[in-house]
Design a protein around this ligand. Sequence first.
Ligand SMILES: *[C@@H]1O[C@H](CO)[C@@H](O)[C@H](O)[C@H]1NC(C)=O
Ligand SMILES: *[C@@H]1O[C@H](CO)[C@@H](O)[C@H](O)[C@H]1NC(C)=O
Ligand SMILES: *[C@@H]1O[C@H](CO)[C@@H](O)[C@H](O)[C@H]1NC(C)=O
Ligand SMILES: *[C@@H]1O[C@H](CO)[C@@H](O)[C@H](O)[C@H]1NC(C)=O
Ligand SMILES: *[C@@H]1O[C@H](CO)[C@@H](O)[C@H](O)[C@H]1NC(C)=O
Ligand SMILES: *[C@@H]1O[C@H](CO)[C@@H](O)[C@H](O)[C@H]1NC(C)=O
Length: 362
Amino acid sequence: MPGRGVLCLGLLLHVLRGCGSAQQPGSCPDLCKCSEPAKTVKCVNRNLTAVPPDLPPYVRNLFLTGNRLALLPPGAFPAQRLPDLSALNLSGNHLRAVEAGALALPALRQLDLSGNPLLSLSPQAFGEGGSPLEELALRGALRDHGVLLSLATMLQSGALHNLSRLELADNGLLLLPPGMFTALPALQQLDLSNNSLVGLGNVSFQGLGQLLGRNAWVCDCAIEDLVAWLKESDQVEGKEALTCAYPDKMLGKALLKINSLDLNCSVPIDLPSQLQTSYVFLGIVLALIGAIFLLVLYLNRKGIKKWMHNIRDACRDHMEGYHYRYEINADPRLTNLICSQNSCKTSRQMLGSTLLGRYKLM
Ligand SMILES: *[C@@H]1O[C@H](CO)[C@@H](O)[C@H](O)[C@H]1NC(C)=O
Ligand SMILES: *[C@@H]1O[C@H](CO)[C@@H](O)[C@H](O)[C@H]1NC(C)=O
Ligand SMILES: *[C@@H]1O[C@H](CO)[C@@H](O)[C@H](O)[C@H]1NC(C)=O
Ligand SMILES: *[C@@H]1O[C@H](CO)[C@@H](O)[C@H](O)[C@H]1NC(C)=O
Ligand SMILES: *[C@@H]1O[C@H](CO)[C@@H](O)[C@H](O)[C@H]1NC(C)=O
Ligand SMILES: *[C@@H]1O[C@H](CO)[C@@H](O)[C@H](O)[C@H]1NC(C)=O
């Protein structure tokens, strides 16, 4: 039976090939479409629940969209088998978690994770070392605040040092973590459109070309820096169209037309000067009272003189011919110090004579 032997040999060869890491050049995963000349593989809207394990090694552009991946575990894309994979579209895959090392691909330049309801994103998703990633899209993927914080941690760690375009539109973001973009020296385009940003807090704007439209800008003091930066910058697409949403008085006002007087930012700074004003006022009132007092004294100068004379006369009358006799009882050590006009009768002669001297002076 030579036919069966050949078949067995063929099967064996097939199994051996399948076990080896080298794919058959012409092979393509089930449910996917492959084009070797275009170095492209598309597995679109196929309800795949995992990344196909047999992706051809030539792939540069991989569209794995509209499936049900749910989770990207560590090594989901085996780096050694996909050395050239540089554009990866994972949008709309119902992804909830991206674990550490899941996207550690040595040639990855573009990644689209849009439209995935992410609940967890490992800050080490791109591996321990730096990733060459240049474009990252997270449109409608950051509904969870924890994921936003993880992303900020990842960006601040410097793992995406070469990132030049970051898309964060449609995320309902209210505020951005402080310093979120500070470790992105190559960033040129930041799309923050259709969020609910109320300001940019302490985000560094340096060198960013941004898309900031369709946010509900709150035009209070916090926006002063952003307005100043917008006026200077020539990198912001459509900056003329940015308008205030709150407060009512500023509704619809273009951010570029705001001047600092509109913002009432001087209120807290005014407080000390208001205090100063009230001190000045108090001073004036006191000075007036003083002046009136002096005036009254002046007008009554004759009466006062007469009054002083009367008092002096009364005192003199009272003092003359009076014999002083004092008893000091307060301090027990002094016992009874009894003085008459010329002598004191205790052991404490010093004190007695001092007192006496004072009486004499009077
Ligand atoms: C994917 O799943 C949905 C619902 O489970 C089904 O309607 C659709 O036909 C499936 N698509 C494919 C390509 O199997
Ligand atoms: C990824 O695929 C989606 C759906 O096909 C598409 O809308 C989007 O533009 C693609 N992203 C990139 C970066 O090409
Ligand atoms: C970032 O880009 C520079 C210059 O293009 C390159 O030399 C460097 O290797 C890139 N970094 C990474 C982590 O790929
Ligand atoms: C704006 O984002 C919300 C989600 O936050 C989305 O539902 C809506 O379709 C987006 N609007 C536009 C015009 O893209
Ligand atoms: C803003 O950030 C810079 C540098 O990250 C820091 O020095 C500064 O204190 C921050 N300002 C506020 C108000 O947080
Ligand atoms: C600023 O303050 C003045 C006076 O208190 C008020 O009339 C004005 O509406 C305020 N402007 C804004 C933008 O709040």
